[in-house]
Design a protein around this ligand. Sequence first.
Ligand code: SF4
Length: 343
Amino acid sequence: MILLNNIYFFNFANNPVMYIDTIYIISSKQKILLLFFYKKTADIWYNTYMEEIYAKTILQRSKASMDGWIYQDYNMNLYRGCSHGCIYCDSRSLCYGIDNFDLVKPKKDAIKILELELMSKRIKGVCAMGSMSDPYNPLEKKLELTRNALKLFYKYGFGTSVITKSAMVTRDIDLFKLININKSVIVNITITTVDNELQKLIEPNSSTTLERFKAIKQLNEAGIKAGLMLMPILPYINDSIENLDKLIELAREYKAHHIFAIFGVTLRDRQREYYYKHLKKLFPGIVDKYKENYGESYSCQSPNAKMLYEHLTKKCEEYKILYKIKSINESFLKIPKQLALEL
Ligand code: SF4
């Protein structure tokens, strides 16, 4: 008999997928019997091993632009790292200095710090979340940092712009609706492919494409402007006209407010290494094409970019889905920037 206690199993993103409290293994004539085990994951993990990081500030002032692809007066990340595991994630780049990126760490006292900062800001602008770390990562379900930040935006009169790949965003529809009464709210849900198998390979721990489309529909039906962030488009992987066409059809079916697309991917240093490492395993031969066509270039545009953009334009015009960033920004901003500056 072998007796084991307190065993954790991790997925490749270093998050616990199973906790086994006790195993009695009885081996008799090559038979192994697991007498007692159970799955507990999250709670035990959070209480035992969750690591917080210290932060002096949460809000960072941004230069808002109507032509900027994420309109934001402030940028913020309540967590460091992300466990969604996207193989192309830019936040792995050296310039951000995040080691062990796949392990999410909440910022200590983030909500207290944020409240003090919001109270002191003269410009009651749009606070963006999701540029470096998904605000709806699995820890959020328990910690509710994002939810508490939304409560503060409502309390102190700020708008918000959220980017996520998680359907958990619909949990906060009540708060988005409250903020949306007087301030600007937009939700961008990143969707890259209709192919479920491909999605699991390139974004293994995020919500499925269908779950994300359903979230878009639910948000729009609640009066919140929600649409697709169609990026990155990875050369030779998800850059087919068929993929784009099906995504636009789904966007129409699920009542997306907008589709904002960038037909390429940016790659640099550590991010490129991680991406190529996974491409070699998942799509043998493609790394050679990348090296041949892009070398060390930061910007890697799909060879189909022009054709894809023309198709997007044609279909979005036909279906009356916004696709130009300026129109998207104008549609969700409640007050012109000039007015915001005067507040
Ligand atoms: S959801 Fe965003 S932040 Fe998280 S791994 Fe994917 S690309 Fe990176």
